[in-house]
Design a protein around this ligand. Sequence first.
Ligand code: KPL
Length: 309
Amino acid sequence: MHWHILGAGAIGLLWAGMLNRAGFTTTLLFRNSEKLAAFQQTGKLSLTQAAHQEQDTQQYPADARLVSDPGRIDNLLLTTKAFAAVDAFNTVKPFLSADARILLLHNGMGPQEALAQQNPELNIWAGSTTDGAYQSAPYQVVQAGKGETRIGALNGNMSGLFRQLSPAIDNLIHEPDIIPVLWRKLAINCAINPLTAIFNCKNGELATNPEYRKEMAEICTEVEQVARALGITLFEKPLIEQACHVATVTARNSSSMQQDVMHRRPTEIDSITGFLCQQAAIAGIDVPANQQLLMQVRKLQPETNIQDR
Ligand code: KPL
């Protein structure tokens, strides 16, 4: 099986490594020729599994092409940032084969349902992962913590997809209803990401600093109200407890949003807190704490044209 991977960040490269490890082949898609040329100098990616008792590093060859010339796509993994997902998908859409299989794996919500609705004829799945991965150098990905990846269909029938992927991807779980799973990840991201960006702190401080924790509790209460109104079941325990648990087990990590703000990159705030606020408006619920975070984080990010992202 051959997979095209659009979004060569840590999760895209982690999947490329795991797919190659299982004997699949991959093509990494790049949006600009400089990045493509830089990758092609070695044409290899490396996967280090730091979660093992002894670190294990393997190198894999990967084909690489420009998004404007990807060749025929039978299987597409889309791991871009949420704000780039729809544009990235539309660029490669003309190259999808008639029965192509598409898996969307990014933080936040909005693009998954938009793409599924805009493309009812396509087989589109979405997923959410708790894998911890980072790039120690360009195209050298370290799997720092083994989490779980849950995937499920939004459109179409791809019953074979899970069976084919599960020997390759660590801790892969098939979810008959993926939307609540996306909501659970969204709820955690609403609780942790914007506050770490605003306070410029590591995840763990949100659980240990009483002032930060109080703000997180207000955000969580609003998120729970919206989810309840939409009939979404979040966690067995209150969201604030679950968010503190995640903040504690990832205590020394910088959230993706805190890193984006620190590196002056656009953030996923509109697909995380922005999506929550939109859903709140539809449900007729006031979410002032989340609205305020949305405004504050928008101000922290650089003004960008979508084309530059
Ligand atoms: O998903 C995350 C992120 O940083 O985007 C959390 C769960 C907050 C872990 O850092």
